[in-house]
Write a protein that binds this ligand. Sequence first.
Ligand SMILES: [Zn+2]
Length: 223
Amino acid sequence: MNPRVEKIRQLLSELESEVAARPRGDLGFSALELPDIIGEVVDDLQPILTAHDAAFYWFLFRHSIAKDGNPQIRVSHSTLRRAVVKSSYTDAEENMISFGKVQDTLRALEEIGAIQKLGEPNRQGTLYRVLIPDEIEACRRFRAQRMAEETELFPLSDNGAHKRRMQVFERDGYRCRRCDKQLTRFTATMDYMKSPEEGGDESAENLVTTCAECNTRGPNKLS
Ligand SMILES: [Zn+2]
């Protein structure tokens, strides 16, 4: 093919993927959110993936959200064949998984909603968006199920404190009950309605969602 035509095709393909990516309005993730996101991936995504899918997801995550907060990554099949995991079928020096395995794994991650293809491949690879468990329907379903069973699975871990915390946030719609500020699972904190000194207990009825400012200022400090 004429190299100029080839070049134009490539540029068009790049433009197309940029346009496909833009309206999504991705703001990216902050470093402060990273520990929580990693916790969610281990709790709510990894248990519904195969070992291969999980290795690929972590690789894509590491080179997108974990690198600079941007959930988009352009990656080629040949990179994924070499850089993620070895094949268990050969101990050859150049030990790569097959092209088909890469395709199958990417398809599985797309089907579960863990990644989204944002455009057609160009010479540098294909543009994907890496999603976090909050954005993945299958993870939200698994989380609900996991939280219902949590006290049985981890009876001694934290006495159901995490479950109660999430219940309080969900009940209050992630809004500060003192100043009505809209919060997220990452910025919400909890406070007592009635402090323990006044006889308040740890039940969900005695706990409210607060923003960090109202929590620090409030009389019944609780992180
Ligand atoms: Zn507030």
